[in-house]
Design a protein around this ligand. Sequence first.
Ligand SMILES: [Zn+2]
Length: 331
Amino acid sequence: MSQIAIPIRAPSPISADDTILPFEVSALDLRGRVVRLGAVADEVLTRHDYPPPVAKLLGEAVVLTVLLGSSLKFEGRFILQTQSDGLVRMMVVDYTSPGRIRAVARYDADAVAAAIAQGRASPDALVGRGHLAMTVDQGPDMSRYQGLVALEGGDLEEAAHEYFRRSEQIPTRVRLAVAEELQAVPEGVRHRWRAGGIVLQFLPRAQERMRGPDLDPGDAPAGIAVPAIPEDDAWVEGRSLVETVEDLELIDPAISSERLLYRLFHERGVRVFRSAKIAAHCSCSREGVARMLRSFPNHDRQHMVEHGAISVTCEFCNTTYRFEPSEFDGS
Ligand SMILES: [Zn+2]
């Protein structure tokens, strides 16, 4: 049998922002990815003028979207959307391969301001109850796939765990972190958003180890006790390690993704794969907006004229496109 030599080296001390790093701990049948966002998190979040707790929550949704969207093995879009009765009633984060991200939130500004003033603007209060939908879109000729999970007053990490437990039946742990970094600049102090996260999944080569505990209420007829199947030792070890990861370790520029993985898994051996870049990029364009406006009946367009122009603002990136009404004459 031929052997492929895999080079062994020390973890890189250099933290690379705006990257996603896939890894494998083969001794434990674990796979995962680490994402670290610097300028991209700041750009996506500061394009909107959201109150800090709303921006932080949307940042968590961005990290979760990058962690999940980057696992897709094809060209396409991965869309994460929440709809709930919390103060932030909707979030949409859109990941287009390779590595382009945009995000928007809708929230009740007065209620959020009141909650901040009363110290009640925690992430779970902002999310509330509703659902989280994940859609995979591979283009107009392909069917869209949608997965749904209930938001039941917890945070996005909990919702992700519940989704993977019920829908994918893959033991999964996710950690998400978002924080503001203060930077001294000549004008005073500048706030910059940073974000990071890790996803870990148990994907054993031996199928029989995939059996998890039956889901409540399970398939068993009423009155029959369902034997509890203990979690696999390898998975317990992996998830326990990831549960120790602190927010700071996910966002601190002084701790590289490789160093974090080494700290967690050095006893078992961890292998990293080629990292990929993440960029803040919106797919809107002047031409695309003009095409949409041209598709409206003329009298609808007339109603959109204000101060002699038609203005359309992209809700994802806040770019405003202005058109002269005469640009649509004859269409
Ligand atoms: Zn846009």
